[in-house]
Design a protein around this ligand. Structure first.
Ligand code: MG
Length: 243
């Protein structure tokens, strides 16, 4: 099953082999079980400002920058982008609403997978569209010593967020590896699109309420129902990484 997925990837990218040296991790919904709180916070703040936006949409659009998320709802209603001051105000409110929730826990299976990745001598890199300082600080607390400061790409680093490939292309640069020397681990359709567009083997973990087919349609090379399953299957996948 994994060999077939790898062969399909090689065929689509024209690469000769998948030689794994780095693993590129999304943060929300992959490392932290934070998406339900993000979805609540987005729906609450959008509705407060008279914009229609559901929790389900928050999952569908996960991975976009705050401004892009706000503009999806704003453009739909007003046919133009939101004023920058409103975007700034709403994103601040969204961060405050998120912070009122309990602290999100680590995603089950994620700490163990990161341990396996490090033990195999692979370089873990964080690639997130988030610009929330609290979560980024929490990363150092919950995953101490895992992500070196130079091995993170956040909302502060990129011009174009996911689904643009820029964040993942930048992470390859930061890890010093090529597209066929890494895999992406993503839970959101837009993140999967970004990894796919960057020419990287993209593993989707369906940790939210979306139909898994949405992630396959976005271009996932492999789909797992949870981070725990990916962690359990890691050795089986890793063994077959070279065709
Ligand atoms: Mg995510």
């Amino acid at each position: 099953m994994y060999q077939e997925a790898i062969n399909n990837y090689l065929k689509r990218t024209g690469q000769e082999a998948l030689r794994l040296r780095a693993v590129l991790f999304d943060m929300d919904g992959v490392l932290f079980d934070s998406m339900p709180y993000h979805a609540d916070a987005w729906a609450e703040v959008m509705n407060r400002h008279g914009l229609r936006f559901t929790r389900e949409e928050a999952f569908l659009h996960e991975g976009r920058t705050g401004a892009a998320t706000i503009n999806i709802a704003y453009r739909r209603q007003y046919g133009q982008d939101a004023p920058p001051e409103l975007i700034q105000q709403m994103y601040q409110e969204k961060c405050e609403a998120f912070a009122r929730h309990p602290e999100p826990g680590r995603m089950p299976g994620a700490p163990e997978l990161l341990r396996k990745v490090k033990e195999a001598g692979l370089v873990p890199v964080l690639v997130t569209g988030s610009g929330q300082r609290t979560l980024l600080d929490r990363l150092a607390h919950h995953y101490p010593g895992v992500f070196a400061p130079g091995r993170m790409v956040t909302a502060f680093d990129v011009k174009r967020g996911k689904p643009d490939p820029e964040p993942y292309l930048m992470s390859l640069q930061k890890a010093g590896v090529r597209a066929n020397e890494a895999v992406v681990v993503e839970n959101a359709p837009i993140g999967v699109q970004a990894g796919h567009a960057a020419g990287i083997f993209t593993i989707a973990v369906n940790t939210g309420p979306l139909d898994g087919q949405v992630l396959l349609n976005a271009g996932a090379d492999l789909l797992f129902p949870s981070m725990q399953r990916l962690c359990d299957e890691w050795e089986a996948f890793f063994r077959q990484r070279v065709s």
